[in-house]
Design a protein around this ligand. Structure first.
Ligand code: ADP
Ligand code: MG
Length: 620
């Protein structure tokens, strides 16, 4: 018998069970994990008190090491020490070769191009396995902290990450034993940390300047939906450049331009970085190097940074231009990445946008904290009206139709998750299979978009062209991953694929594709109408030629040759004509075949009326 639970008068109602959720910033150089501690979300430290875990993995004789311990092998054993694995995720071997900088690793040539793996003393290791090692360390750190198993994690990815890169991030997390609640764009996470999702609507710039990379994202926030309007950046701009400029300055100043040994170079590099860091907090600092001593001021450092600072503002200008917005349209600027601690960077940003950037969170931790907050919502610890973020798809998804054309099924910037369906039909009489080619991009022609996958729907019963009804459904889940299915409606024949591309795009391709679609919009319209004209022309000619083969006897030779001439003219135009010319010639051919078509129909009726039953007329 069930007992009714009666609450003691005055006692608090039992609390909703709290789940354990974490946010993870899986970074190129450093990774972090954040979770709710007391009433706020914070990043968690290692046993050594370090919140940042260096994203370095060493495959050694005595096992696998991650972080600072792995870093010690960077020089000693570089072939077995993997750094910046994030740059390899979702890439093919040939794309990795195109990086244009030296990698010490050997890739396993036995594996297909789409499946790169680094040869280590532990065998061939795929990028997702390396990422999984980093994630495992963070998972254990969190589980030790709370003595509980993690119920779910939100993992951040750059806004420009494509399907393949996102999928591999998710695979790596699953390999590390994490249940992924959602992948979240890094700039969106930073904006969430500052609570911008709860505030008023508007456009936000996220300015992320790290050690070697610079990313700018323009987000728009409307009705609880963050939309990435534009992204830009420079994969070779960051704190490292400033270190280099400062080293050169020191050498010039002290006359150390030549004759300097390796040890002195290392010392000088360390000195430059430490001066740079201290100048973020002090107006001027003294230094000593060998027998030299000197002073450098914050203003002097800013003077040295003129070129990189200019590059940063020109990226910002370009991002605004791509989104067709003005500086005055920007409501907030969020600062992310260690190098945004530099006063010179903050001043430059404040001058450019005319507003003070948000800097109150530690720029290293802000992405992980935002991910942790979102994880709390998704795991169910907070109600979803306390900021459930909705993401949008960055590029349109569609299929190839006749004539190399793209039919968009889900347009870009649609909020996900989403399901959309559209009906298609067969092109030829008796066609029993339909090839479905899924593409991504904004352009009108298939060859200008990115191919995501192909599959076939077989077993369509033979019918007259245009009668079969094939319903194609696109489903995008909350992580932006797509699956496609097709069904012939009258028979229920089905086929489906999950679109999981085996390798990805260059990081800048999404942006490039968007840009070229804008530039080519007019050209594309002409290509589209040309393709449509060609398809119509070919379809008509096919019908006419088949009719001539069967029933040429119904017309006199003069009429027959007139029709053949028109067909020939049209065939020539298909190769060289404009869409208008092809349309005109198609219409002409249509006109000269009207009487032939009528004669055929009469003949057909006459034939059927000679002794065939009504049933067979209907079913034919
Ligand atoms: P990444 O995104 O590449 O992983 P981070 O966001 O961790 O990089 O930033 C690393 C960069 O931040 C380094 O170039 C480092 O010198 C710089 N940095 C860290 N602290 C400071 C500081 N106090 N002043 C200036 N630069 C700093
Ligand atoms: Mg970073």
């Amino acid at each position: 018998m069930a007992l009714l639970q009666i609450q003691e008068p005055g006692a608090k109602p039992p609390q909703r069970e709290q789940k354990f959720a974490v946010g993870i910033d899986l970074g190129t150089t450093n990774s972090l994990v954040a979770t709710k501690v007391g009433s706020v979300v914070e990043t968690l430290p290692s046993d050594d008190g370090e919140d940042l875990l260096q994203s370095i993995v060493h495959y050694g004789d005595d096992g696998i090491k991650v972080g600072r311990e792995a870093r010690d092998f960077l020089v000693k054993d570089n072939k077995n020490t993997v750094v910046s694995v994030k740059r390899l995720l979702g890439k093919s071997q040939s794309e990795i070769r195109e990086f244009g900088y030296y990698l010490p690793y050997k890739f396993d040539a036995q594996l297909p191009d789409g499946d790169p793996a680094i040869i280590t003393r532990h065998g061939s290791i795929r990028p997702i396995q390396v990422s999984a090692e980093i994630l495992s360390v963070l998972r254990k750190r969190a589980e030790n902290f709370s003595d509980k198993e993690i119920d779910g994690a939100v993992i951040t990815v750059p806004a420009y990450f494509n399907d393949a890169q996102r999928q591999q991030t998710k695979d790596a997390a699953e390999l590390a034993g994490l249940k992924v609640l959602r992948l979240l764009n890094e700039p969106t996470a930073a904006a969430v940390a500052y609570g911008l999702d709860a505030g008023a609507e508007g456009n936000v710039i996220v300015f992320d300047l790290g050690g070697g990379t610079f990313d700018v994202s323009l987000l728009s926030l409307r009705g609880g939906v963050f939309q990435v309007l534009a992204t830009g950046g420079d994969t070779n701009l960051g704190g490292d450049d400033i270190d280099r400029l400062l080293q050169e300055w020191l050498r010039r100043k002290e006359g150390l331009l030549s004759d300097i040994d390796d040890k002195a170079v290392t010392t000088l590099n360390l000195l430059a970085t430490s001066l740079k860091h201290r100048l973020s907090f002090e107006e001027s600092v003294e230094y000593a190097f060998d027998s030299f001593t000197g002073v450098i001021t914050r203003d002097e450092l800013k003077g040295l940074c003129k070129t990189p600072l200019k590059r940063m503002t020109s990226v910002c200008r370009k991002v605004l231009r791509d989104a067709q917005l003005e500086i005055s349209d920007i409501k907030e600027v969020v600062m992310v990445g260690g190098s945004t601690r530099m006063p010179a960077v903050r001043e430059t940003v404040a001058d450019f946008f005319g507003i003070s950037p948000l800097v109150s969170f530690d720029p290293d931790k802000v992405v992980a904290i935002g991910a942790g907050i979102q994880a709390e919502v998704l795991v169910g610890n907070r109600s979803s009206d306390e900021g459930l973020l909705l993401d949008v798809i960055p590029l349109s998804l569609g299929l190839e139709t006749m004539g190399n054309l793209v039919e968009k099924i889900i347009p870009r910037n649609t909020t996900i998750p989403v399901t959309r369906a559209q009906e298609f039909t067969t092109y030829k009489d008796g066609q029993t299979a339909l090839s479905i080619h899924v593409v991504q991009g904004e352009r009108e022609l298939v060859s200008d978009c990115r191919s995501l996958g192909r599959f076939e729907l077989r077993g369509i019963p033979p019918m007259v062209a245009g009668v079969a009804k094939v319903r194609v459904s696109f489903q995008v889940d909350a992580d932006g991953l797509l699956s496609v299915s097709a069904e012939e409606v009258s028979t229920g024949v089905k086929a489906e694929i999950a679109v999981k591309p085996s390798y990805g795009l260059q990081a800048s391709v999404v942006e490039e594709m968007l840009k070229s679609s804008r530039e080519n919009a007019i050209k594309d319209m002409e290509s589209r109408s040309l393709s449509e004209a060609r398809v119509d022309a070919e379809r008509l000619m096919e019908v006419v030629k088949a009719a001539l083969l069967e029933d040429a006897g119904l017309i006199d030779p003069k009429e027959k040759s007139l029709i053949e001439n028109k067909c020939e003219l049209l065939t020539n135009l298909l190769r060289v004509g404009t869409s208008a010319e092809i349309k005109q010639a198609t219409e002409d051919l249509n006109l000269v075949t009207v009487s032939f078509a009528n004669l055929r129909m009469d003949a057909q009726i006459a034939k059927t009326l000679h002794g065939e039953s009504i049933d067979s007329i209907v079913s034919e």
